[in-house]
Design a protein around this ligand. Sequence first.
Ligand code: COA
Length: 275
Amino acid sequence: MNFETLKVDIDKHVARITLNRPDKKNAMNPTLHVEMTELLEALRDEDDVKVLVITGAGNSFCAGMDLKEFFHELKVDNPKEFRRVFRMAGEWRGRTLRQYPKPTIAMVNGFCFGGAFSIVEGCDLALAAEEATFGLSEVNFRGFPGGPVSKSLANIMHPRDSLYYALTGRTFDGRKAAEIKFVNQAVPLAELERETMALAHEIAAKDSAALRACKDGYRFALEMTWDASISYTAAKEDEVYMAQSGGWIESGIGDFVKGKYKPGLQGNEKVEADS
Ligand code: COA
C-alpha cells in the first residue's frame, strides 16, 4: 500500500498508521482524507490486522485540518469538491472509526489541534505523551470547532472542559488530557511507543469476534433504549458463539467450569493456548 500522506506498518496483527506530513505538522489535507478513507476500507477485512494504532510523524500528532489546502484553496476555489472531501473527512473520523470492526488506539505524540480531536475521540483508546500539546485553536482564528469536532467534544469531554478550551483556545498538555479523561493515559514521550504498542499487542491477542462485540455492544448501546440494548446483546452473544464455532461457551466458560483456569485472573494465556 503506497500513500502520499500516510505510512502503514503491520507487525504481529497490529497496523500502525502514521499521518506522514511532518513538514506540515501532519495537518489533514484533502489527499490525506481520501487516502485514509481508502486505507481504513482496505484494512477492514484484512485478517492479519486485529488492532489499529494511529499516530503522527515527527513532533506532531496532527495539526488539524490543513487550513491552507482545505479552507483557502478547496473551499473557496472548488466548493463542489470541498463538499465531497468534507463529507469524507467527517465520515472516517466519526462513523468509520466508531463502528470499525477492530479496536483503534490513538498514540498522541505531539501537537494535537482542532480537527485532530475527532481522531482521538473516534479511536476507542488513546495514549498521549506528557509533553504533547492539545488545543481547540479555532476560536484563535475566528472560527469554531466545525465538522465533526463539536460533536466529538460533546461525546467525550466534560461540558465545562469542552467549552473552556473551545472558548479560550488555550492549550493543555498530555498530563491534563489524561486528568480530564480525553485520553486514557499520559506517559513520557520516550515511553509512549513502547506503552502503546504493548497495549495494542495485548488487545490483539484476544479473540477478534469478542473484541468486535465489546465495541458494538458499548457503542450502539449509547444510542439505544435499555430494552433495545438487551435484545441487541442477546443476538450478539449468538453471533459471537457462531463466529467462534462455540468458543466462548465451550472452551471459554467450559474450561473455567472444569476448573482449568480463572478468567478473572488469566486472559491472553488462555486465548493463545486455544489458537
Ligand atoms: N494547516 C496548514 N499548514 C499547517 C498547519 C495547518 N493546520 N499547521 C502547521 N502547518 C504548517 C505551517 O504553515 C508550516 O508550513 P511552512 O513550513 O510551509 O511555513 C509548517 O506546518 C510548520 O509549522 P510551524 O508553524 O512553522 O511550526 P511550529 O512548531 O512553530 O508550530 C503549530 C506548530 C502546529 C503550533 C502551528 O503551525 C499552528 O498553530 N498550526 C495551526 C494549528 C491549528 O490551528 N489547527 C486547527 C485546524 S482545525
